[in-house]
Every structure is written in structure tokens, then in C-alpha cells.
Design a protein around this ligand. Structure first.
Ligand code: 7TS
Length: 406
């Protein structure tokens, strides 16, 4: 059990990997949390425990292990349901991650509703995972522009609706800019026009309280590995009445009721969308990650990360040539930046040599780079276990690096 404490050491102690040293003994400073967070020991133990004591296939066994594994898997589904306040557990579909969740909706929703010339409203700050699946499904994209600070232009958004609009698909939080988008306002506006809304929650789920009933979104997608859970598991939440109308995504075991050579009938929700053997151990790990977050409290996580964000931005401003990319007033703990005109990759490599892990490049958001006319950014993204001392290490590094590159 984690104590609700300001003492972050208690939390760091749950992550063995944070004691790693790199390049001749430099402490690892892990600031690539928007790509994937580290996993607390309880999550890793859940995987080992599953494979050492429970490994079996689920929903099909008439045997002891399978029954227990099935119950544990369904308990994880109920934990996710409670975590995001879904009305029913059958609205929680396990996938491999956000990418698969969005592809699932694009494929099924697209098959059911898209015809030639139909449009999906997205934002200009989408991850490629919330762009390409809609193109593959045959839709035309209408992006909402955003300001230099990284704030969506809601007046333009309202003008993008047309008789061809079939869906709004929008990121809750930008992985590159950190902007928290006003999705409730967007959902309300779209619903007034009878247009459903999918929210890409990949970067929101570990930083803000998500209540799908309060948001009233039609779909909410996220990845376990960005919220302290294992890789290989994600969630597609969908409102029951909509999911019931959609055709299956993949065909195979578990998603069927009866199969004949002439035709097949499909299982009830959520199994209709869970073809094949799922990643049971990872799903059990996801429950442990939810427990971890709930024991600290999402408000406490957000408070700590906000403190880190404000401290980092304040200190980074002191560095000559610092250019922030994305400074929306409502942000999560993501800092994208450039040093003068130097290439982000060069900054990333030099920071890495000092033990600081950041991401560089376009972060799978090429349209954002085009918007700012830059090749990419350096991105530092903080999680609950990061500290002010680690930010100081990055700042001292940037002070050394800046004169070398400019
Ligand atoms: N949507 C957003 C907003 C994301 O940030 C990501 C991954 C995805 C979708 C896809 O998630 P996946 O788990 O299916 O891969 N973003 C990042 C990133 O910023 N750095 O690495 C992966």
C-alpha cells in the first residue's frame, strides 16, 4: 500500500528501474513518459504471478486455472469500468492499445456509416493514430486549427460541420504540446448536431480524472503502457447502444455465437470485439496499475506533475535560445522545446550522454511540425515519480549543451 504522501521517495522505491545508471554511473533521468511510463513492482509482479501460477486460456476452460484466470480478467474489466466511470462493464473492450482501439472504431464505425465524401472532424494536433485509421476507412479529414500557443480555435471548429460530417475524433491531450483540449465543450457542441465523438485519451488517462459519463463521449481510447501498466493492453470504451449497432472488427474465436459455412452470428458485448486469445497477463497488470494510481490519487498525481511542469518551464526560460513549442494555459507535464535553430536530435543525443532520456523528432504528429515549420522538437515529459532534482540535472545539461550548439 502506498501512503498518500508528499514524499516521492516512497513512490520511487516502487520502480527498480529508476535506480539504473547509464554511461559510467550517471543516474538515469527518465523524461520519456509520454512515450511509455515505467511500471511499478506490483505491475511486474502481476505478470510473473500470472505466468507462474495462473497461465491458461480464458472464457473457454472447463478447468480450474481457466476459471480463475477468466474471473481475474473480468475483474480487471470491472476495475477499468470503475476507473473511467463507465455505466456497464460490457462497454469496456480490451485491445492492444490506443492505436488498435482507434482502428477498431474506424473500421467498424466506418463500415457501418461512412459513404463516399463523408468527413471526420479532427484537431490539427492529432497523433498519426487518430489520422491514418480514418483515411484508411475512406473518410476525408477536416482539422481544427490551433494558435501559436497550442490552443484549438473553437470558432473554426463550429464552422467545420457540414452535412457530410459523420464523427468528431479528437485528442484529449496533445502528446507533443501537452495541451488539454476542452473536450466536454466539443462533445456538447457535436451532440447538439447529433454527431458522435471519439476521444483519444492516450495522453490524458495518467494525468487527469476521466469520467466517460460526465464527458458523455461516445468512444474513449487509451493505452495501458502510458499509465504504468504493461505494454500490449489498451482499452476501447464505447457506449453500449452504439457498440451494439457496430459490426465486429476482427473475426475469430470468442467473438462468435454460431459459425456455419454459410454465415456466422456474433457474441454479445464486449466479446464481439475481442477476437482471439487476449493478453491476459497484461490485462491483470492493468488492474494493478489502476490500483497504483488510485492509491496515490489522480489529483495528487496531477498536482505533483504540475509542480514539475511549472518548475521546469521557469528554469528553462533562463537558458539563452530556449524556444518552447506549446504553451497553452491548460497543460499536462509535457515540455516540447528547441534550442535556437539547432536540430532537436542533437540536443537529445547530448542530453542522453548526460543520462537524461527525452524524445526527439515529430512524435508521430507531423502536422504539428508543419504548422510550426520545424523539423521536430525535444520533448521532456514527466510522471509521478519524477523529481525537481532530476529537472535540475536536465537544466544543468541544457546550460552546457546550449553554447555548443548555438
Ligand atoms: N494517441 C496519442 C495522443 C499518443 O500520444 C499515442 C502514442 C497514441 C495515440 C498511440 O498509442 P499506442 O500506445 O497505441 O502506441 N504516443 C507516443 C508518443 O508520444 N511517443 O511515443 C508514443
Amino acid at each position: 500500500m502506498i501512503k498518500k504522501t508528499e514524499n516521492m521517495k516512497d513512490i520511487r522505491d516502487l520502480f527498480d528501474i529508476l535506480n539504473t545508471t547509464v554511461y559510467n554511473g550517471k543516474p538515469l533521468v527518465y523524461f520519456d513518459n509520454a512515450a511509455t511510463t515505467q511500471k511499478p513492482r506490483a505491475v511486474i509482479d502481476a505478470l510473473t504471478s500470472y505466468y507462474t501460477t495462473l497461465n491458461s486460456n480464458i472464457h473457454r476452460g472447463a478447468h480450474y486455472l481457466s476459471n480463475i484466470a477468466t474471473e481475474a480478467y473480468e475483474e480487471s474489466r470491472r476495475a477499468v469500468q470503475a476507473f473511467i466511470n463507465a455505466k456497464e462493464s460490457c462497454e469496456i473492450v480490451f485491445t492492444r492499445g490506443t492505436t488498435e482501439s482507434i482502428n477498431l472504431v474506424a473500421s467498424s464505425f466506418g463500415k457501418e456509416y461512412f459513404t463516399e465524401g463523408d468527413e471526420v472532424i479532427v484537431s490539427g494536433m492529432e497523433h498519426h493514430s487518430n489520422i491514418v485509421p480514418w483515411q484508411l476507412a475512406g473518410a476525408k479529414l477536416r482539422p481544427i486549427p490551433f494558435s501559436d500557443e497550442g490552443v484549438l480555435d473553437l470558432e473554426v471548429f463550429k464552422k467545420l460541420f457540414s452535412s457530410n460530417t459523420k464523427l468528431v475524433a479528437i485528442t484529449h491531450v496533445s502528446n507533443t504540446l501537452g495541451t488539454i483540449n476542452p473536450i466536454k465543450e466539443i462533445i456538447t457542441y457535436a451532440h447538439e448536431r447529433n454527431i458522435p465523438v471519439l476521444v483519444d485519451g492516450a495522453q490524458a488517462i495518467s494525468h487527469t480524472k476521466v469520467d466517460v459519463q460526465d464527458l458523455d463521449c461516445d468512444f474513449y481510447c487509451f493505452s495501458g503502457h502510458k499509465m504504468y501498466a504493461p505494454m500490449g493492453v489498451g482499452v476501447m470504451y464505447g457506449k453500449k447502444d452504439i457498440l451494439e449497432k457496430l459490426p465486429p472488427y476482427q473475426g475469430g474465436g470468442e467473438m462468435i455465437k454460431d459459425v456455419y459455412f454459410e454465415y456466422s452470428t456474433y457474441n454479445t458485448l464486449p466479446f464481439k470485439f475481442e477476437a482471439g486469445t487476449p493478453s491476459v497477463g497484461d490485462v491483470l497488470g492493468l488492474k494493478k496499475a489502476i490500483d497504483f494510481m488510485q492509491e496515490i490519487g489522480i489529483e495528487n498525481i496531477a498536482k505533483h506533475e504540475n509542480m514539475l511542469l511549472n518548475y521546469a518551464v521557469e528554469r528553462m526560460q533562463e537558458i539563452d535560445g530556449m524556444r518552447f513549442i506549446g504553451s497553452a494555459p491548460n497543460k499536462t507535464s509535457v515540455v516540447s522545446f528547441l534550442l535556437g535553430n539547432s536540430h532537436p536530435y542533437d540536443v537529445g543525443v547530448l542530453l542522453d550522454k548526460l543520462g537524461v532520456a527525452v524524445r526527439t523528432g515529430h512524435h508521430c504528429t507531423q502536422p504539428i511540425m508543419d504548422r510550426y515549420e520545424i523539423p521536430g522538437t525535444v520533448r521532456a515529459s514527466f510522471a509521478v515519480y519524477n523529481t525537481v532534482e532530476e529537472i535540475d540535472i536536465m537544466i544543468n545539461g541544457l546550460r552546457k549543451i546550449a553554447p555548443m550548439l548555438m
